[in-house]
Design a binder for this molecule. Structure first.
Ligand SMILES: [Zn+2]
Length: 738
């Protein structure tokens, strides 16, 4: 790493504002600058992009960066331009004119880094453009997309092997955050890398705290989620994953009603709305996206402070990739999951009904077994995760739920045998609830009719609670002792349960948590300051950064990362020279923002002992806070309805789509009418004569409320529609079209 050409180090310092390379950045750069190919597997947040950005600037010519992720491409280019680098992209979001302008710059040789979507790169026109100029290197990001076995497979990636012939002698590198040994071989083979140097960094993400909670009998999933967010992540950005679109909409709606900014995201939403949600997530602080797995790949937001799962992912790979979106900036972050018996049954059921061919089914089955084993494990989460990826870790991590709150276990052999026998004795055709009723001796007509109250097992398990029994069944299913069959979730015995039934095995299970068991947390996972003065400066810097970012139309983190702001708080620089010592402030940013940053810092640095006089600076600070613009308040849920309505979606469809009641959607529309954002006629779609009749009656009305109007109209129009009329009535000046 010491041999890294001086030019590279000089670029790292002057352009990016970092003082030294992290391992193995320096070696990767050496390799590339020496003209060799490379395979780089580095965890998210490990500084992957610098591995090609620095040599791209050090070498003559233009570097090509292939990325399948348009949003990521745009943010990287925005961040590079903030650092004063000539970077551009070519993708489908551009107009023909914008693309031509970029092509002209490439032809003139003024672009150092060109980001291209793979399908665009493979167009003959793009190829002839690039073959006519000097190419310094080719970097292929998200290289695991080449693997047909992975869940991110992109068919166009297969053709990227052609780049070897198109640009002979140009060093190429493939980069990804996740690739097991098979995938690595596949990447090298398909991308036709020429004897590449391999750089495989560890998989560990030490800043992430892993925690998995079982569902509590008395607390719903969303309450558990809210407790987690409010307890550890008030004011933070995060992602909440759910399995279905319906659940996504429901959770987003509910979190919004609790006063959080929570936006739904799934493949069923119009592209414009998805784009807007993504932009808000990147550009604002404290936005929570509630999403199906459709959201995430290529979200390069560094300051996502938590990823929450309200369902079980299907594999550890999926879990690791999704949780890996938290804490890319290296700051403290949480991976939190909540699941219950229902999830386990559903996944097992999906697997048994899968139409995939046997070989694929076996692989999927194996992956699901590993995932379920991980969730029920009493071992250190990190050891289990890293072990799955083939990385041994000698010691427990001390930074996961199982390390901090070692789970209690109990010898559940006898109840487990009873649970299995009950499945057997009732004919292997009942679901968990029925089985528990039999075990607990419930007085029930159906049980009596089927004669199950005559079984020796009936009532044998009355001393254990329903929660405990559900936990036993969950763990028996998770461990594969029981199979889930048929659409009603009927349980059947698996061959593997035999030793347990015959008493040749003992079974230790996790003790089920009760509602009172509040998990103990080691420390809060958000940025916290011991001193109020530091907190105030943090707020002031974030407000300044946000303001500047919106002026430039870029995400705040492209101006300065949180880590840079924290360094500023620690160091309190008072001159441009001192500022240049801060990590993440290169020459371009120092020149562009240095004076402004020093002005924000000034009220906090004016005494030599800096941090010893908080009271005085406290007052100055509140002026900063007040200057932060407050966005106009229209709740997010109303705005979602607004966008869907404006995109031409019919009201019934919005009701369906969002899983809300018609009255709720009409209430949103009425509010939008009051605000002048929609007109009455857009919403109600009635003939003019009818509108006039309703309005006349409404104006003649002497009693307040909607009911008298409803009755005066003989119940011909719904309350929902009439409320829209009343909303329009309160408008002082009719908006356009009224
Ligand atoms: Zn641990």
């Amino acid at each position: 790493m010491n041999q890294t050409p001086a030019a590279a180090l000089q670029i790292l310092q002057s352009v990016f504002g970092y003082h030294a390379f992290r391992d193995p950045q320096g070696e990767v750069i050496d390799t590339l600058m020496a003209g060799r190919d490379a395979l780089v597997i580095m965890p998210t947040g490990g500084g992957k992009s610098l591995c090609y950005q620095v040599p791209a600037l050090a070498l003559p010519g233009t570097a090509i960066v292939v990325s399948p992720l348009i949003a990521l491409m745009q943010d990287q280019v925005a961040a590079l331009r903030q650092a004063g680098v000539a970077a551009a992209f070519l993708n489908s979001t551009q107009t023909a004119e914008q693309a031509r302008a970029v092509q002209a710059q490439v032809r003139a040789g003024t672009i150092k880094l060109l980001y291209v979507a793979p399908e665009r790169l493979l167009l003959p026109a793009t190829q002839s453009l690039l073959q006519a100029v000097r190419i310094s290197l080719v970097a292929i990001d998200e290289a695991h997309c080449v693997s047909q076995w992975g869940h991110d497979f992109r068919p166009e990636y297969i053709r990227l092997g052609e780049l070897a012939l198109l640009f002979p002698g140009v060093p190429r590198m493939a980069l990804t955050a996740t690739a097991d040994e098979t995938t690595r071989t596949e990447i090298i083979h398909r991308l036709a890398l020429n004897d590449p140097c391999r750089f495989i960094s560890g998989f560990d993400r030490p800043n992430i705290y892993y925690a998995i909670e079982q569902s509590h009998g008395s607390i719903g999933a969303r309450e558990q989620l809210l407790r987690f967010i409010q307890g550890s992540h008030a004011g933070d950005a995060g992602i909440v994953y759910c399995l279905s679109r319906k659940k996504v909409e429901e959770i987003a709606e509910w979190l919004s009603a609790q006063g959080l900014t929570a936006l739904p995201y799934h493949a069923g939403l119009p592209a414009a709305l998805r784009e807007r949600t993504l932009r808000r997530f990147l550009d604002e602080d404290a936005v929570i996206v509630v999403a199906t797995i459709a959201f995430g790949m290529g979200i390069d937001k560094p300051d996502v402070r938590f990823v929450a799962h309200l369902n079980l992912p299907k594999s550890i790979e999926a879990y690791y990739q999704e949780t890996g979106r938290a804490g890319r900036d290296g700051g403290p972050a949480d991976a939190w999951m909540r699941f219950g018996l229902g999830d386990v049954i559903m996944l097992r059921q999906m697997m048994s009904e899968s139409m995939a061919d046997e070989a694929i089914k076996r692989i999927e089955q194996h992956k699901l077994d590993a995932m379920l084993g991980f969730t029920e494990s009493t071992q250190c989460r990190r050891q289990t995760l890293l072990g799955y990826f083939g990385e041994e870790r000698a010691e427990p991590c001390g930074h996961c739920d199982n390390c901090i709150n070692p789970p209690h276990t109990w010898d559940a052999t006898i109840p487990a045998q009873q649970a299995l026998s009950c499945v057997h004795r009732t004919g292997q055709r009942f679901g968990v609830s029925y089985l528990i009723d039999v075990l607990r001796g419930k007085v029930d007509t159906r049980i009596r009719q089927l004669g199950h109250d005559q079984l020796g097992l009936f009532g044998l398990g009355a001393s254990l609670s329903i929660t405990t029994w559900r936990g036993i069944y969950r763990q028996l299913i998770a461990r594969g002792y029981l199979l889930v069959q048929g659409e009603h979730g009927a349980l059947a015995l698996a061959e593997s349960c035999r030793p347990l039934l015959q008493g040749r095995h003992t079974l230790w299970l996790r003790t089920e948590p009760t509602a009172k068991d509040r998990p103990v947390r080691p420390a809060r996972s958000r940025v916290q300051f011991a001193h109020p003065d530091d907190q105030a400066l943090w707020e002031a810097l974030r407000a300044w950064r946000k303001n500047l970012a919106s002026q430039h139309g870029v995400p705040p983190f492209t101006i300065f990362h949180d880590a840079t702001l924290l360094d500023l708080i620690d160091a309190r620089p008072r001159s441009l020279a001192e500022l240049a010592q801060i990590s993440g402030i290169g020459a371009h940013k120092r020149d562009a923002y240095g004076v402004a940053v020093l002005a924000v810092l000034a009220p906090f640095t004016h005494s030599a002992q800096g941090q010893n006089q908080p009271g005085h600076r406290q007052d100055r600070q509140s002026e900063h806070i007040k200057k932060t613009p407050v966005p106009t308040a229209r709740s997010e849920t109303v705005e979602q309805t607004h966008i869907l309505f404006k995109s031409g979606m019919h009201i019934d469809a919005i009701v369906q789509h969002r899983g809300l009641t018609p009255t709720t959607v009409y209430t949103h529309l009425a509010e939008l009418i009051t605000q002048g954002a929609l007109t009455l006629r857009e919403v109600v779609e009635l003939p003019e004569a009818e509108i006039a009749r309703i309005q006349t009656l409404m104006h003649a009305q002497t009693e307040p409320g909607t009911k008298p109007l409803f009755e005066a109209l003989g119940g011909q129009y719904s309350y929902d529609v009439l409320r829209c009329f009343q909303a329009a009535r309160h408008l002082k000046t009719p908006s356009k079209g009224e």
